[in-house]
Design a protein around this ligand. Structure first.
Ligand SMILES: CC(C)(COP(=O)(O)OP(=O)(O)OC[C@H]1O[C@@H](n2cnc3c(N)ncnc32)[C@H](O)[C@@H]1OP(=O)(O)O)[C@@H](O)C(=O)NCCC(=O)NCCS
Length: 189
């Protein structure tokens, strides 16, 4: 899929109740976020800040970095997002990975991470990282837990200025993009 090309993910479901066909549920399409998506991305992140221990974002920074985001769109509604944020020329980070509660358990989170992996490889990134309170989700996708000090780029870029530096509750996980399975997909358990 090219960065601008939409991909169909979940199939549309059309339940039938007592012979009456319900309105079709739109399939979720992945695409690169556009400037006009920034407010919807912010709303999605804000609605899941506490649950996901997510880094708070501002409309201003999201507007600047919109093109780094992949969004999942159902009809005109943004139901999922994830950002590929560079930390150096060869290391990037998955940020602000969110799937709306209504759209979960259908592989959308995995599809977003797969798409970030594909984009990272195109950009010459060899290590994809994430900092998370839920490392198990990433480990299932082939990431490995690593000590924080392995992530010098992240420490220099963000951690040293953080109020929780050295007492952070997050786990660092990394995926080597030079060691992927056939087809460039992470090897999953
Ligand atoms: C994590 C999240 C993105 C997964 O979205 P999703 O589209 O449901 O993901 P998938 O369909 O690819 O995978 C779902 C599976 O992951 C599992 N999972 C979710 N969070 C997990 C975690 N922290 N540890 C281990 N497994 C986890 C679910 O139990 C689910 O399994 P099931 O479908 O067998 O019940 C979504 O739950 C979310 O947005 N959470 C809030 C924000 C957040 O935590 N973001 C990640 C922070 S970096």
């Amino acid at each position: 899929m090219s960065p601008q090309t939409a991909t169909m993910t979940a199939p549309a479901v059309q339940p039938v109740f007592a012979g009456v066909q319900a309105p079709p549920v739109p399939a979720v399409v992945l695409r690169t976020a556009r400037a006009g998506d920034a407010a919807a991305i912010l709303a999605l992140i804000d609605a899941h800040l506490e649950e996901g221990h997510l880094l708070p974002r501002t409309l201003a920074e999201l507007t600047v970095h919109t093109s780094r985001f992949v969004v999942g769109v159902a009809g005109r509604r943004v139901v999922a997002c994830a950002e590929l944020a560079p930390l150096s020329a060869t290391v990037a980070e998955v940020r602000s990975l969110v799937v709306h509660r209504d759209a979960r358990h259908d592989g959308l989170g995995r599809d977003l991470v797969d798409e970030l992996v594909r984009r990272a490889r195109v950009q010459g990134v060899d290590t994809l990282s994430a900092f998370t309170h839920g490392p198990g989700y990433f480990v299932r996708m082939g990431f490995s837990l690593v000590p924080h000090h392995w992530m010098r780029e992240k420490i220099a870029a963000d951690c040293q200025a953080c109020a929780l530096f050295r007492r952070c509750g997050q786990s660092a996980v990394v995926l080597s993009l030079t060691d992927l399975g056939r087809g460039g997909r992470p090897v999953r358990s």
